[in-house]
Write a protein that binds this ligand. Structure first.
Ligand SMILES: Cc1ncc(COP(=O)(O)O)c(C=O)c1O
Length: 412
């Protein structure tokens, strides 16, 4: 799963211009390593795909995928807006320098305090998933003295062909509002004088493979928008990312070409997360032990489900490769973490050549939903994050490794 930023040069894994092992030796492991250059490349690929299809799309990076401030700053400087799902993410976006009016805020369970913060900060959009939210936001906006722009999140009842746990637009999902409820709200919009019903929002899932499903959902949302004179369509995120060699996935331009004829006359917003940062990040880990027993070889590393839970949560595949390639025949090993859970296995058939204690490995395509989902389970400290600059010529620790003191901070 190599790309323009992560590649081998004379058997050593390089990140932009730096041997990954050099950074790992300086910072220690486990370690998340990101390439801002690659993230910006992905951002511009999506932007140019939509520009090329004559859609003026506003890209709002989905902070949930990876909220590191260095990343947010880089994307904001490139012109991205932000997509937040909590008060904390709005705070992160504003701290990183986002102008509040470029922030959209979604979520099924926004609290009163979060909504108040969002309205007081004058954020651009609130994506509403519940009629009661309309009451709350209307009341808050009235008190603050503003008219809050909102988009109603439609559940288009489309079953996206993706990992079931990351499909969100089907009838049984908790996300969004059914068509009849949205029609009722829009019929009653005079009851909400402090709301500007300016948009329709959809997001049918992540890692979307099937452009036809996206087109179908966009068509349903577009028709709804047209019926009510609504001018903005937020079509969410979901651009797919290759996690293994040979994954054949639609390019953003394929989505743009299919969507373009459907959204004539509408403003379009996008909320990509994974598509921007997944392949711009790797998790670097050190082999602690090799255990050969019965018919298995276990390669026990110093990262686990506490650093990257996707394989354990979704059975997601991540390629695992050595920082220094060895010649010889590879054997198939289980790469496992140190966490006290039998599910703490990254992968079961990883080809490695003569793995040794002290070897450094890279878990590839780990930039999205990696550190963002990291935990302190087993009282493990969360790893450091390193960002390589947009030029590819400098790096810095963008977030220091936690300490044991961090683990008990806040406890009595
Ligand atoms: C509403 C919404 N927008 C955007 C995203 C980002 O999705 P992705 O990272 O697949 O682009 C998500 C992910 O769950 C989401 O729920």
């Amino acid at each position: 799963m190599l790309n323009t930023s992560f590649y081998y040069r004379t058997n050593s894994l390089i990140a932009d211009t730096f041997p990954v092992a050099q950074i790992a030796h300086e910072v220690g492991t486990p370690l998340y390593l990101y390439s801002l250059k690659r993230a910006l490349h992905n951002y511009y690929t999506i932007k140019e795909a939509f520009d090329g299809a004559n859609i003026q799309a506003h890209i709002h990076y989905s902070i949930k995928a990876n909220g590191n401030l260095a990343l947010l700053r880089g994307l904001i400087a490139a012109g991205a807006g932000m997509d937040a799902v909590s008060g904390g993410e709005i705070f992160r976006a504003i701290t990183a320098g986002a102008s509040p009016d470029t922030i959209v805020y979604a979520g099924v369970g926004k609290t009163m305090a979060e909504l108040r913060y969002a309205v007081e900060q004058r954020i651009g959009w609130i994506n509403v998933e519940n009629r009661d939210e309309c009451d709350l936001i209307n009341a808050i906006a009235g008190t603050v003295g503003v008219r809050q722009r909102i988009a109603l999140r439609l559940n288009p009842h489309i079953v996206a062909n993706t990992i079931p746990n990351i499909a969100t637009g089907h009838g049984g999902a908790k996300f969004g509002l059914s068509m009849n409820i949205i029609e009722d709200i829009l019929r009653d919009k005079h009851l909400f004088p402090h709301l500007d019903f300016a948009g329709i929002h959809i997001h049918i899932g992540s890692q979307l493979h099937d452009i036809a499903e996206t087109a179908e959902a966009v068509k349903i949302a577009r028709d709804l928008a047209f019926r009510h004179g609504i001018k903005t369509l937020d079509i969410g995120g979901g651009f797919p990312v290759a996690y293994q060699d040979g994954d054949e996935l639609p390019h953003p331009s394929a989505f743009a070409q299919v969507i373009a004829p459907l959204v004539n006359g509408l403003d379009v917003m996008l909320e990509p997360g994974r598509g921007i940062i997944a392949d711009a990040g790797i998790l670097v880990t050190e082999v602690q032990y090799i255990k050969k027993q019965d018919w298995d070889t276990f390669v026990i590393v110093d990262a686990g489900m506490t650093e990257l839970i996707r394989p354990m949560l979704y059975e997601a595949h991540h390629s695992i490769i050595p920082l220094e390639q060895r010649s010889g025949d590879s054997e198939r090993v289980q790469v496992v973490g140190p966490v006290c859970e039998s599910t703490d296995v990254f992968a079961r058939q990883v080809p490695l050549v003569n793995p040794q204690r002290g070897d450094l490995l890279a878990v590839m395509t780990a930039g999205a939903y990696g550190m963002a989902m990291a935990s302190n389970y087993n009282a493990r400290v969360r790893p450091a994050e390193v960002m390589i600059s947009a030029s590819g010529l400098a790096w810095e620790v963008a977030r220091r490794r936690e300490t044991w003191e961090d683990l008990i901070r806040g406890e009595v």
